[in-house]
Design a protein around this ligand. Structure first.
Ligand code: IPM
Ligand code: MG
Length: 368
């Protein structure tokens, strides 16, 4: 196979800062593990808008379609709050997801032992937590038509449409069952079948796919509100959770915070296999652009670094190297090296973004 290609879209806010640390990690794997990548960079979000008047140009979109994997930092910031909806930074990200057809968004919520004290929940509720939320990412209320703000009589009405086809549900359900087989073999599907027809269909189709293709996997169904409650009550009951785009947005933020450290959580958005067998893929940290700490060296690069670990695993079939990188991050935490988000006040000097990246590289060196 030819040299694998990566497109880096660092984006806005802390995106470029954390991505600079990922660059070091990519180079480390090239120099020490014989894994060279063909890396290119481009703009997305507000930075693309500033230069081109659009949060994602057609050229960048075409590049994203052509590479083996896209690594994204973060988009958005207060500077862009007043922009027209159609050119807001987020539209760039949503266009990438939609046009690359990245229907399966994998959001692990893992509690690192060294960080269990950071959760707002009791330590024994979260210690050792390892769940995977699979969020449908290309349909539902994020994209359904009709949508818009319309005039009805003498007032305005805002409309969005929750819409799911059977095939959209079936393909994300398959992704969840496949993943569960490699983990604890349990899937919980969440919707609101008690109030939404799209939820009734969701539940039916997930069950059908299960019965026909994955009877060996343990399947349960939960209303999404009860799911949110169970996630905070006893999250370790879950292994894989599969849910729609909007519920997935909410539940994955909730699950992320269980671990106490948004700055640690990566994500992968995967689509159908390309001609070379690799899935269409975009990797990004769960956290946002954090304008409040931008440019201060405070950002935690770990979520973005761990997103690259997911790329090694899911795009490049390098599970062992992904584990090496994850273990390196764990070692850094265990050694007590922390960015400000991972410290309680009065705990001493936090590591800067760069120092954290360097510590990960040192831990990688030590792994050889
Ligand atoms: C996420 C974000 C995005 C979403 C925003 C930035 C459009 O919250 O990836 O979860 O709502 O999907
Ligand atoms: Mg979100």
């Amino acid at each position: 196979m030819s040299t694998p290609s990566l497109l880096i879209l660092a984006g806005d806010g802390i995106g470029p800062e954390v991505m600079a640390e990922v660059r070091k990690v990519i180079d480390w794997f090239g120099a020490n593990r014989g894994m060279a990548f063909d890396v290119s960079e481009d703009l997305v979000g507000g930075s693309a808008y500033d230069k081109h008047g659009t949060p994602l140009t057609d050229e960048t979109m075409a590049k994203a379609q052509a590479v083996d994997a896209v690594l994204l930092g973060a988009v958005g910031g207060p500077k862009y709050d007043k922009l027209d909806f159609s050119v807001k930074p987020e539209r760039g990200l949503l266009r990438l997801r939609k046009e690359m057809d990245l229907f399966a968004n994998l959001r692990p919520a893992q509690c690192f032992d060294a960080l269990a004290d950071f959760s707002s929940l009791k330590k024994d509720v979260v210690a050792g937590l390892d769940i995977m939320i699979i969020r449908e990412l290309t349909s539902g209320v994020y994209f359904g038509e009709p949508r818009g703000i319309f005039k009805e009589g003498n007032e305005r009405v805002g409309i969005n449409t929750q819409r799911y086809t059977e095939s959209e549900i079936a393909r994300v359900a398959r992704a969840a069952f496949e993943l569960a087989r490699k983990r604890d073999n349990k899937v919980c599907s969440m919707e609101k079948a008690n109030v939404m027809e799209s939820g009734i269909l969701w539940r039916d189709v997930v069950q059908e796919v299960h019965d026909a293709e994955y009877p060996d996997v343990e399947l349960s169904h939960m209303y999404a509100d009860a799911g949110a409650m169970q996630l905070t009550r006893w999250p370790k009951q879950f292994d894989v959770i599969v849910t729609d785009n909007l519920f997935g947005d909410l539940l994955s933020d909730l699950a992320a915070m269980l671990t106490g450290s948004l700055g640690m959580l990566p994500s992968a958005s995967l689509g159908a296999p390309m001609a070379n067998g690799r899935p269409k893929a975009l990797y990004e940290p769960v956290h946002g652009s954090a304008p409040d700490i931008t440019g201060q060296g405070k950002a935690n690069p770990c979520a973005c670094i761990l997103s690259f670990a997911m790329a090694l695993r899911y795009s490049f079939d390098q599970g062992d190297e992904a584990t090496r990188l994850e273990k390196a991050v764990e070692k850094v935490l265990a050694d007590g090296i922390r960015t400000a988000d991972l410290m309680q006040s009065g705990e001493g000097e936090p590591a800067t973004t760069t120092e954290m990246g360097d510590a990960v590289i040192a831990a990688l060196d030590a792994s050889l």
